[in-house]
Ligand binder design. Structure first.
Ligand code: ZN
Length: 344
């Protein structure tokens, strides 16, 4: 893919950062706040899952294909959602070429059992992400937007304590849920700041309080106050990522202090944009993964990209980490469609 269109006057980094700060751009940026690593990208660069999760050079090489091969304006090296869980000592399945890592069991039963040790950022799983960003900064830092990623305290509680138990406790033992949030809120702050110091331009904070599992009041009561504490402590722009249905909590999310919100295609694009515009929230997304990017054609992708562009989505990209067997042709079609739309 050609790196630069003749009508483009900004670097990818300038373009994404301008969009995040609400400034004018030469075209809509194409961003990937989660992961666009595919099996095709692995084959092209010779680095494969699961090796790329725990080796900084391999992680950086595979992440760079997002720019080098797919033509995106961002490079995001943290592919999964489990690096912190591994650093907490959870027993891991590191997955395969086409399977993301996962925790085997949730080892902690209460917030008191969790210890955040002084060397948390030196553990292999966390250190790899920080080192990969440092390597990418040297190679791409003044040209491409580097995106770090951290898990928020809600998602960390899913991994360390268990999704079902946490959800039950929102009703049976809310004090315990607040206890997990209080204990874990420092983790995304320190991991995000280490990634920003290493050279990330922006950090995604994933905290999966999705409408598929919890109602809008759960976000308001358990997450919002903690997010409002976390965001001013992160020394750079942060993008909140929650997949699934979120339209019903976007007005709460708008008050949390994030630079933007990365949202899912389960939300009507125009309805989401209407709420976000009213609340002063910037949106990233929301091209459907399973039906469009994975199973669709470049024509289907173009149609969805035009809808997102027409709705005024500030940064266009996949709704979440893409399925690993997603065809690169469809991911490249996002960039091609954005150029076609903006330079008509
Ligand atoms: Zn997601």
């Amino acid at each position: 893919m050609s790196k630069r269109h003749p009508r483009e006057t900004m670097t990818p980094r300038e373009r994404v950062l301008a969009a995040l700060y609400g400034k004018k751009t030469d075209r809509i940026p194409v961003g990937n706040p989660t992961s666009v690593a595919t099996v095709e990208c692995m084959e092209a660069c010779g680095v494969y899952f699961p090796d790329a999760h725990l080796d900084a050079h391999k992680m950086a090489t595979l992440a760079a294909t997002g720019y080098e091969i797919l033509g995106y304006d961002t490079i995001a090296p943290y592919f999964s959602v489990q690096q912190e869980a591994a650093a907490f000592g959870c027993e891991m399945t590191w997955g395969d070429i086409d399977a993301m890592p996962d925790v085997r069991k949730n080892p902690f039963n209460s917030p008191e059992e969790i210890e955040i040790s002084g060397d948390f950022l030196e553990r292999p799983a966390t250190r790899t992400v920080i080192e990969a960003i440092r390597l990418l900064k040297k190679e791409y830092g003044d040209h491409v937007c580097l995106v770090g990623k951290v898990m928020g305290p809600w998602t960390l509680s899913y991994h360390l304590y268990g999704v079902q138990k946490l959800l039950m406790d929102t009703i049976l033992d809310p004090a315990k849920v607040h206890g997990f949030m209080k204990k874990l809120k420092q983790v995304p702050v320190m991991f995000a700041n280490a990634q920003l110091e290493a050279g990330a331009d922006v950090v995604t904070l994933a905290d999966h309080a999705t409408g598929d599992l919890v109602g809008p009041n759960t976000y308001r009561d358990f997450l919002l106050p903690v997010h409002q504490e976390i965001t001013p402590q992160i020394k750079g722009p942060a993008i909140l990522h929650i997949c699934g249905r979120t339209t019903d909590r976007m007005s709460h999310i708008a008050k949390a202090g994030f630079a933007a919100f990365h949202f899912d295609s389960k939300n009507d694009t125009l309805e989401a944009k209407t709420i976000a515009a009213r609340e002063g929230l910037l949106l990233v997304g929301n091209i459907n993964n399973p039906d469009v990017l994975y199973a669709g054609t470049p024509e289907d992708v173009k149609k969805r990209v035009f809808e997102a562009a027409e709705a005024g989505i500030e940064i266009i990209g996949p709704e979440c980490a893409v399925p690993l067997r997603t065809p690169n042709a469809n991911l490249k079609a996002v960039v091609e469609a954005v150029r076609e739309y903006c330079f008509r």
